[in-house]
Unconditional design. Structure first.
Length: 318
């Protein structure tokens, strides 16, 4: 059993390390796109004694064809890759291309499923290994490992858990390949493709209740540096927020408590309250209490992006 591996994200690094120690890796390739993760992975692989082949988007079919003709692997395992694998290349290895999808399938297809699973309040994600077909994230499932999502898990924490869980899923995959398991077809009746989040998906709507807002905050920490709002006309990124039990008679987005030494509380939908624990401004990162010290006052209203063009006063220490 010899597996060729294509990798472009730190998500796949623990699994790749494990496969290298097992001696089943025929060769490794990384995208030559200049991105920080791909460059770091290239350096790590060189240091590990497994210098990777660089794949460019231009001429990808020829590059992959030549690489596979040289290696003759049983299968190719893709641990994230920014470009579509050409259809004619998918059929070259005897057991095809296998994609490691870091989410549950078929319900969470798409390029950024971790965001959507946290945003939607799912109790678990998954690492799913499936045969690649022409359409994204389709093809029979060969192995899957559920990964729970805790009530306080952020995007970054869940990704770390997925990366570790992939090692176990990789062992399942090798067993499936050795036995020639055809895999379980995905149920298209429950399949859904989730697109990459756009700006409106990342912005807080203060009309929502506290828990959905808190889920959005966790789903954007740290990769987007938090969920987006507006304070006095400038962007405010919220990295940590906690729903509170109180209810208030105040319009959503209104600061209802801003006293030095106490929590910073904001009204939201259904008359609920959410506590801002950690935020980011252009001036730096601040706790809610520190933001109070910078001059935010009860009765101020936090807005929703996009901001109007006109400039507004900056925060100044009180």
């Amino acid at each position: 059993m010899r597996i060729a591996v294509i990798i472009s994200s730190f998500l796949g690094w623990p699994l790749l390390q494990n496969l290298l120690t097992q001696g089943v890796v025929a060769g490794v390739a990384v995208p030559a796109n200049g991105r920080d993760e791909a460059e770091q992975l290239h350096q790590w692989l060189v240091q590990a004694g497994a210098p990777p082949r660089r794949l460019a988007r231009a001429g990808l079919t020829l590059d992959l064809t030549a690489w596979l003709a040289d290696l003759r692997p049983t299968a190719v395992l893709v641990l994230t890759f920014p470009w579509r694998i050409p259809a004619e290349v998918l059929r070259m290895p005897p057991q095809g291309f296998i994609n490691a999808h870091f989410a549950a399938l078929p319900g969470y297809r798409g390029p950024e499923p971790t965001f959507w699973q946290l945003r939607n309040g799912e109790a678990a994600g998954a690492v799913t290994m499936h045969r690649m077909e022409v359409d994204f994230d389709t093809g029979p499932i060969l192995a899957a490992t559920p990964v729970s999502i805790g009530p306080h898990d952020t995007h970054g924490l869940h990704r770390a858990q997925l990366a570790l869980a992939a090692v176990h899923t990789g062992r399942q995959l090798l067993d499936a390949l050795r036995t020639g398991t055809p895999g379980q077809p995905q149920d298209e009746a429950v399949a859904r493709y989730w697109p990459r989040p756009t700006l409106p998906d990342l912005c807080i709507n203060w009309q929502e209740p506290a828990e959905p807002i808190a889920r959005l905050v966790r789903a954007t920490n740290p990769w987007n540096r938090g969920a987006l709002a507006a304070l006095r006309g400038q962007p405010l990124r919220i990295l940590s927020a906690t729903p509170r039990p109180e209810t208030v008679a105040a319009p959503p987005g209104t600061v209802v408590l801003a006293v030095p030494g106490q929590a910073l509380l904001v009204a939201c939908g259904l008359s609920q309250v959410i506590q801002l624990d950690m935020v980011a401004l252009d001036e730096g990162y601040f706790t809610g209490e520190q933001l109070v010290g910078l001059g935010i006052q009860p009765g101020e209203v936090l807005g929703t992006l996009p901001l109007p063009v006109a400039s507004t006063p900056q925060l100044q220490p009180s």
